[in-house]
Structure formats: structure tokens, C-alpha cells
Design a protein around this ligand. Structure first.
Ligand SMILES: [Zn+2]
Length: 204
């Protein structure tokens, strides 16, 4: 805790002072980010640090394994879907990025089945990425790293597909107001990959 309080004091003395105008403007005028990002809650992922995002740039959702559930309006509590609705309909973001990442614990749990039936929430949540697990099984890979990589990339594709089940996402994309992107970051190499027009991931 002391390190975080120390970090806050450092922020006040440096970043806050140097960016006071930007931060005060954001405070007064409110936010108008052009980009929404869905990233993993994993503590190693830090879009501000790794992508240079400033306050006000990115409307951020972080959840276990950076997943987007399918469109399912009902009386349950849907935090990711609520954020998506606000970003698309109220903020009118122009881009949505699903940021996958290497060595994702949520995706590892999906592959191992570790949480299936043995957790209150995680096991059911990561079931969203079940098509990614099936793709890995179908690929018949024996190397664990390759299995994880494929599952992580395929799960980003599942989320992109699910995004398009939200009617207002589909409408905005079809009208050309919204672009949807699949990205993948590896903290070990520091490299970012991006899905190209053919659906393949290539290094940026
Ligand atoms: Zn993760």
C-alpha cells in the first residue's frame, strides 16, 4: 500500500503538474473518448504504459480474459455489455479494440477446465470463449505454448464475433461509424500484434 501512496504523491508532483490543463479540461468538459478497449484484468497489462493512452483517450473495460459476451438483454447484471452500450450509444466511440494478451490466466483455465463447476463466477464467465477451446482441440496441437497462443488469439476472435451480435454495434459498424479491432500483446517480448483484413494476427 505504501508504494501506491508514494506513487500517488509522485503523480501529484510530476504528471498532474505537467498535465494540469488537460486534466482540468477533462474534468470540466467531461470525457469524449474515440476508442473503447476491452482488456484483461491481468495486472501485467497496462494500456496507459504499453500504448501511451492518456486520461480521456480510452473508455476502458477490463474483465477476466478480455471477453465480450453475446448480446443477451435480460434482468441479470451485465457489466461488460452495459459499458459497451454506453460507449457506443452515448459516447459514440469510433473504435472498439479487444486486446488479448499472452499467458492469460483466464484462457489457461479455459483450456485446463480448472474452474469448470468449481467457482461461483469465473468458470461460467470463461465459457464465453468455449469456441476458442474447441478450435484448439480441433488443431490437435501438442505443444502447450502453441495451444495457449491459439486459444488466446481465437478467444479474441470470439469476442469480435460476439460484439457484432449487439444490434447497435452492428448498425454502427455497417454505417461506417465504428471500426472493430482485434489486438494481442505479449509482455514477455513487448510486442503488439494486430488482426489484419484476412483475420490473421501480424506484428505491428
Ligand atoms: Zn488475461
Amino acid at each position: 500500500m505504501d508504494a501506491l501512496i508514494e506513487g500517488y504523491r509522485h503523480f501529484r508532483k510530476t504528471y498532474y503538474r505537467e498535465n494540469e490543463k488537460l486534466l482540468k479540461d477533462l474534468f470540466e468538459r467531461g470525457q469524449s473518448p474515440k476508442t473503447m478497449m476491452i482488456a484483461c484484468s491481468d495486472s501485467r497489462i497496462d494500456p496507459a504504459l504499453q500504448l501511451g493512452a492518456r486520461p480521456g483517450d480510452v473508455f476502458m473495460v477490463r474483465n477476466v480474459a478480455n471477453l465480450v459476451p453475446p448480446y443477451r438483454p435480460d434482468s441479470e447484471f451485465h457489466s461488460t455489455s452495459a459499458a459497451l452500450e454506453f460507449a457506443v450509444l452515448a459516447l459514440k466511440v469510433e473504435h472498439i479494440i479487444v486486446l488479448g494478451h499472452a499467458r492469460c490466466g483466464g484462457i489457461a483455465a479455459l483450456l485446463s477446465g480448472a474452474h469448470a463447476g468449481r467457482s461461483d463466477f469465473v468458470g461460467n464467465w470463461i465459457r464465453i470463449a468455449e469456441p476458442a477451446r474447441q478450435a484448439v482441440e480441433a488443431a490437435n496441437l501438442h505443444d502447450d505454448d502453441q495451444r495457449r497462443l491459439l486459444a488466446e488469439l481465437e478467444s479474441v476472435k470470439v469476442s469480435l464475433k460476439n460484439l457484432r451480435t449487439f444490434p447497435w454495434v452492428k448498425t454502427a459498424e455497417d454505417a461506417g461509424h465504428l471500426k472493430i479491432h482485434g489486438w494481442y500483446f505479449n509482455i514477455g517480448t513487448g510486442l503488439l500484434w494486430r488482426q489484419n483484413a484476412d483475420g490473421k494476427f501480424e506484428q505491428v
